[in-house]
Design a protein around this ligand. Sequence first.
Ligand code: ADP
Length: 425
Amino acid sequence: MVRKKQLTFMFLNLIAFTVIFTIFGLIIFGQVQTTLISETDKELLAFQRMITDDNQREVSPPAYKEGRFAPRTADDRTRMMPNPRIIVLDWNENGEIMNEDQIGTLIYENYLLDYTLDPKTLDEITSVTMEESFHFRSLLFESAKDGIAYTQLLINIDAEHTVLNNFGKLLILCSFVFVILSISASYLLSKKMMKPIIQSWDKQAEFVENASHELRTPLTIIQNKLELLLAEPQEKIINRFENIALSLSETRRLSKLTSDLLTLARADSAETELAKKPMAVDEFVKRVWEPYREIAESQDKHVWLHLNSNQTIEADEIRLHQLLVILLDNAIKYTSTHDSIGVKTYVDNQKAVIEVTDTGIGIQEENIKHVFDRFYREDCARSRETGGTGLGLSIAQWIVTSHGGTISVSRNEQNGTTFKVKLPK
Ligand code: ADP
């Protein structure tokens, strides 16, 4: 399914990039074309101005003498040199070219012999194609010269056409290369982006599978025990005490499991909001520790408490309580008689640190990296016996990270483990 999605994504990318590069190419091409053509059009207009200006001079010399027209400067003169690219055609009323000699026989016979006057385009700059392969821009205007009705200026733009053609080809080639490059880049990026999604998808599927498995086990036990009870309805409860006790303990397990699952599901969907309030770390730890001290002492375990934090932090007290309960529960679960359990608080780098240490069975070096994984249990049988679900430390990790802190675990030099929680102020 992921592959299919990736292919669809690539296909959509291909369309998007092609459209973007086509629009981009068209805009650039249009802009270059307009610039090139408008340059030739300017040359035509300048030439027209030069001709009409000269005619004016001839037609009304007094006006120049009277100073009604500014005299030409040296700059004007260079600008007004006849542009060698421009061909001037003088047409008479009958649509005949009058200045054949000026144009030159070569040009006249090759291009202009069949060329006819089109007075509809008067005072307009238009494109003209001759012999299907020679391109000109043309400006036709009425002439003031005797015996000449119209003057037409033609400027050859074949060079511009070649430039535009080559530029167009280059643009298509570049667009094609860039589309290919973009697609390759998007393929690699999407692969990279999909990796964590696939991982979390796999994790989610594994989680659901594990959860169903964990739920099924107690349910099967309860069902079996109840069926046994039902098979002997006349039997007294006292004689079937074990069955009932086991069903009850499995029901408790189920209830804990479902509430743990719910906590994690809410954590995943970021539904749970923390109700942070200032709280004194030492006071809080002392309060949570008290009942665990009593339990540990009742099991002949040594206990110790070193409170040196003296710090107030912003935290959700209910969640932190849950965190400490998970760590202390584990410390009790994974220690035996005469082991010791202790809690230490202190400040490190402006962070409040809570350490829960025990001298219990400890965790194997190679398993340390898995203890925060969902449903991970080093010794399944023992964990089940003590009512463990393998979700406690995952919840603990979520609580700590949602407070912006860190949790780590290490093996003690001698026996047991130490869980270290660091919380920011
Ligand atoms: P569980 O409900 O099984 O205790 P946790 O998520 O709390 O699940 O812990 C995961 C596993 O980490 C446990 O099954 C156990 O193997 C190991 N573990 C956790 N705390 C301790 C500890 N204090 N000492 C030894 N092993 C521990």
